[in-house]
Design a protein around this ligand. Sequence first.
Ligand code: UDP
Ligand code: MN
Length: 313
Amino acid sequence: MAYASMSEARIRPRQVLVLIIVFLIVLKLVHHNGKHTCQGPEYLQAMYTQQEAGTLPHIYAITPTYARPAQKAELTRLSHLFMLLPNLHWIIVEDSNSTTPLVRSLLQRAGLEKRSTQLNIKTPPEFKLQGKDPNWIKPRGVEQRNMALAWLRTHVDVDRHAIVFFMDDDNSYSTELFAEMTKIKPGHVGVWPVGLVGGLMVERPILNEDKTQVVGFNAAWQPKRPFPIDMAAFAISMDLFIKNPQAVFSYEVQRGYQESEILRHLTTRQQLQPLANSCRDVLVWHTRTEKTKLTSEDALQRQGKRSDSGMEV
Ligand code: UDP
Ligand code: MN
């Protein structure tokens, strides 16, 4: 009896040790799964692997934004996209006299404080409506994008490869677009198709036979522009902005010429780097949100009431 209980006592600690080790391994696997989107598609997994190895270039996404009823809805969509993508830094520039609590708390709630920069600059009223020539009306986001470029030029580590993308707040973006952008080589501008823009289902670059060079564009609206593409159709290697300090957006150009204005300082058609499956995949759509109808809200407010008192919508 005495022998039996002694051998039992010898085995038990070992069993407990084995159980603890198995438990720790399972815990580590579960923890690892929770931390990353391991069940996600291959391109996202590849991005996380590169991120851990420190080889994934940063993408600086520049978003001009202004207060209107749908602003929080638009920015919520973008913030949740950012939560999936480890290498994005969001430079959000409000068209207002000060930064707002709405944008600040939105960034906090998405856990993006450390990889976002909140700036503000109000578009001067004289630029909001340029009456004389109908082609000169309302350049949108000019002041804000320029402020973000100035911030980048002074705050970014110039020796580290990074990408700059002008990301309007109302478009629809696939996470795959950002995986494509990380392929942009230093000194280059990457291009791809944009859906639902310029009066077409898709505006896209036309490539040569071996799919390595852009030889034209299919644009129907103002096809004679030097770069007849939308703001969402390209992203730029950061070094080009450092080498070309004169590259900024301008009020002095006709409607539809902002893209050409910035790109002419940075690249040529021949140097463009085609992405998104040789420009056959649509990964971004130039959606536009319908202006919110608030007739009943206006009626309420005339009675001194409102549907959203004490709430942020
Ligand atoms: N924008 C802005 N101030 C304005 C109008 C627009 O900051 O007075 C921003 C807007 O939030 C968006 C970008 O500029 O991120 C482009 O504007 P919009 O989407 O209205 O342009 P469009 O779709 O006509 O190209
Ligand atoms: Mn838009």
